[in-house]
Design a protein around this ligand. Structure first.
Ligand SMILES: [Zn+2]
Length: 194
């Protein structure tokens, strides 16, 4: 994981906690979430905003495996976004990721509590299981996240299911167990509950 330098305070910052922010002259600068929020509080006239920082947490999934999550809070005008990132290997497209949005004045610890409950609900369900013939859908419902597959000039997604990256072709092969079935695809904002 490559750390980057905050343009404002010079802090070496992991990529999940840095924002590419537009400035008034139209250029983009990398800011750590603390500096981004300070700017945003000033711009949105929010007096006394304190940048919430949370220590990482470990949560267990349905198989008893442990997942470590790091948090990022971003002030977005009259809303605050709290995100949780699982750092899974070097690939930023992997791992579980969660977001919750609320009013900017809301208590950050209440927000954290809501986000952790959402994370625990998601971690308690596994949508894929692996047997001798490979990955299979465990029931008839799959929840996940769409990511870019990372291939330059490529236009194909990969999907992240149960926090694990599944290539588009492999996802197609998994679905062949349901040849002839119908499906319903609904796209949800990252802060919604899938
Ligand atoms: Zn900074």
């Amino acid at each position: 994981m490559t750390e980057q330098t905050c343009f404002r305070c010079g802090a070496r910052t992991p990529p999940y906690d840095i924002v590419n922010a537009a400035s008034s002259d139209g250029t983009y600068r990398l800011l750590c979430s603390g500096c981004f929020n300070e700017d945003m509080a000033q711009w949105a006239d929010i007096v006394g905003f304190e940048h919430p920082q949370f220590t990482p947490v470990r949560l267990l999934d349905a198989d008893g495996d442990s997942h470590e999550f790091h948090f990022r809070s971003l002030l977005l005008g009259d809303q605050i976004s709290l995100e949780a990132f699982e750092l899974a290997g070097n690939d930023e497209s992997e791992g579980y990721r969660f977001q919750i949005l609320d009013e900017s004045q809301s208590d950050p610890f209440v927000l954290l509590g809501k986000l952790v409950q959402k994370m625990m609900r998601a971690l308690s369900v596994k949508h894929l299981h692996e047997d001798a013939s490979g990955l299979q859908v465990a029931g008839t419902m799959v929840r996940g996240r769409i990511e870019w597959d990372g291939v330059e000039d490529g236009r194909l997604p990969c999907v992240v299911i149960d926090g694990k990256r599944v290539e588009w072709n492999d996802f197609g092969a998994i679905l062949m167990a349901f040849e002839g079935w119908q499906f319903r695809l609904e796209l949800l904002d990252p802060s919604d509950e899938a």
